[in-house]
Design a protein around this ligand. Structure first.
Ligand SMILES: [Zn+2]
Length: 209
């Protein structure tokens, strides 16, 4: 199976847990895999703004080539599959599988850190600041985003790109809930062009009166 190393990560999901599942979209014709090792995972977490540059650097220096990092990376891929199954269940209006809830709780149980209260223009925000004392703890922020989806979000806004060959997920945060594409520049345009040619062909083939 051909593997394409993505030059940079796709960030169209609006929620980190969706961007995480989007690192290996199911519908793509060639299997696209953006994450190949623990270093890629740290790079993704950093690009997603889930860890600071210093946390990424420390993670690489401390664990990058070790067994613990390799195991954590393997767990990350299992978690990604679990999150994808969860998203698919929600999209199909089915209940979230119990093993998925257990897997999420397992990661939560390993998290350490502290709560922090900050004041913003819009009001107070309570946020958990994770500490990364073990490679497994880097899965914490991903799972925190999954909990946000499960606990706080409107599931009718969870969508899969309308291009059947795409497979990317996103949370529709548009005012009118009418977002259909991962990106208008790619799938949106491609599908519009395809529909245009289909209409043209239909017009050509239809008998003239
Ligand atoms: Zn798409």
């Amino acid at each position: 199976m051909k593997r394409i190393k993505a030059k940079r990560f796709i960030r169209i999901g609006r929620l980190a847990c969706l961007d995480f599942t989007n690192t290996a979209p199911l519908g793509s014709p060639a299997r696209i895999e953006a994450l190949h090792d623990f270093d890629d995972l740290l790079a993704w977490l950093y690009e997603e703004r889930l860890i600071a540059a210093s946390e990424r650097r420390r993670g690489r220096q401390r664990w990058d080539a070790g067994h613990a990092a390799r195991r954590a990376f393997a767990r990350a891929l299992v978690l990604r599959r679990t999150l994808r199954e969860t998203v698919e269940k929600i999209l199909a209006h089915r209940s979230v599988p119990k093993p998925a809830i257990a897997a999420i709780s397992d990661v939560l149980a390993k998290m350490t850190g502290h709560w922090e209260l900050t004041k913003r223009k819009t009001g107070f925000v309570l946020k958990f600041r994770p500490r990364f004392g073990h490679p497994d703890q880097f899965l914490g922020p991903i799972v925190e985003s999954a909990c946000d989806l499960l606990c706080n979000r409107d599931w009718s806004r969870l969508k899969r790109c309308a291009n059947p060959a795409c497979g990317l997920y996103f949370y529709d945060s548009t005012r009118n809930h009418r977002r259909r594409w991962c990106s208008m520049k790619t799938c949106g345009n491609r599908m519009k062009v395809a529909a245009f040619y289909r209409r043209q062909r239909a017009t050509r083939l239809s008998p003239t009166s």
